[in-house]
Design a protein around this ligand. Structure first.
Ligand code: AMP
Ligand code: MG
Length: 327
């Protein structure tokens, strides 16, 4: 589908209510913040979140930042720490993302956290963005609104250029050029001392002034790698071993199917990513079902072959990482 230019609308009562309706229907809406334009989906709707990966053509399922209108709604989803409270008081609303332990009750789909027990949260500084978030009343998962590998968008036109051949986002809310134009600083605030996961306009010195700690850097040799999403060490890996491209099941294994299942012995722990062979559905179920099978305590999960097209590429990427020998 080609871009209809009326997809870009200024922020006003009409566009806010259109955005809320589209989000509730599982569509994407792009909106400006003080950092960059975000490509937002209802964070509780896994299928809507798959549209983010598909539209950006993102080859991996990296965890996404969830956006909230205020501190209280952010802390309602995660475990507070003293450190997080100090940082939130100083830098929220603003260009800072906190990684905390999840304590949501299904408001966040597992695909948003890429199966991790942690959650990345931000209260944007841009008043218009907060107005939208308040109106929708659910956390909005949003990475930068650009195709993977393209420059981060700092105007509504950048977003439109990036997605002119796509049917999503259905609406781009023009909140003007972004003031910072740099992605948010990401801080892991789960412990006593802050860990800087991604540098941004909230600097290490600013963090030290507020917390007394100069933030630690995660162990890495090559800073640009740190900036590339998906390189963080904290990726979800199941306890069980994975056996990929399985066509039959071996004794004692669990089964993760795609499309029609083979005949399985009774009492086999089993789940199916998409009985109809739909990759969007499979992507939206992937982390939740893997968690579910892993929780049965089996040693091995046999996983049916998944076609390596569209979102199947991202599913494959995750399966291969999860199946790789552990250090
Ligand atoms: P982007 O959406 O491209 O701005 O990137 C979001 C980045 O936030 C990811 O690539 C991760 O580096 C980081 N992130 C998001 N969620 C988590 C999490 N639960 N734990 C650690 N890092 C996270
Ligand atoms: Mg980005």
């Amino acid at each position: 589908m080609t871009l209809n230019l009326t997809r870009i609308q200024p922020l006003d009562d009409d566009s806010i209510s259109a955005a809320v309706t589209l989000w509730q229907q599982g569509h994407l809406v792009a909106f400006g913040t003080e950092t960059v334009y975000g490509l937002g989906a209802d964070a509780g709707n896994a299928l809507a979140v798959t549209h983010i990966f598909k539209t950006k053509n993102r080859p991996e399922f990296n965890p996404l930042i969830s956006h909230l209108p205020d501190q209280d709604s952010a802390f309602g989803l995660a475990m507070r720490t003293t450190l997080a409270e100090q940082l939130a008081e100083a830098f929220w609303p603003g260009p800072m993302t906190l990684v905390l332990n999840r304590q949501d009750h299904g408001q966040i789909a597992d695909l948003v956290t890429a199966g991790l027990d942690s959650l990345a949260l931000r209260v944007p500084g841009h008043a218009g963005a907060r107005e939208l978030l308040k109106a929708v009343g659910t956390p909005i998962a949003a990475p930068s609104a650009n195709s993977s590998g393209r420059l981060s968008p700092t105007t509504a036109d950048h977003v439109a250029d990036s997605f002119h051949h796509h049917s999503e986002p259905r609406l781009i809310i023009d909140t003007g050029p972004c003031q910072k134009g740099l992605e948010s600083t990401i801080i892991d605030a789960r412990g006593e001392a802050p860990i800087l996961l991604r540098p941004g306009s909230v600097t290490a010195d600013m963090i030290k002034d507020v917390t007394g700690y100069l933030p630690l850097l995660p162990e890495h040799k090559n800073p640009p790698q740190l900036l590339s999403p998906g390189q963080l060490a904290s990726h979800y890996a199941p306890r069980a071993q994975l056996r990929l491209n399985a066509t039959t099941i071996h004794e004692g294994e669990a089964w993760l199917g795609f499309g029609t299942d083979p005949i399985l012995p009774p009492d086999t722990p089993a789940a199916n990513l998409s009985p109809d062979g739909n990759l969007d559905e499979a992507a939206s179920q992937f982390f939740s079902l893997l968690h579910q099978l892993d929780a049965t305590g089996v040693k091995t999960i046999a996983v049916a072959a998944i076609p390596e097209t569209g979102l199947g590429v991202a599913i494959h990427d995750r399966l291969c990482r999860a199946a790789a020998p552990r250090p």
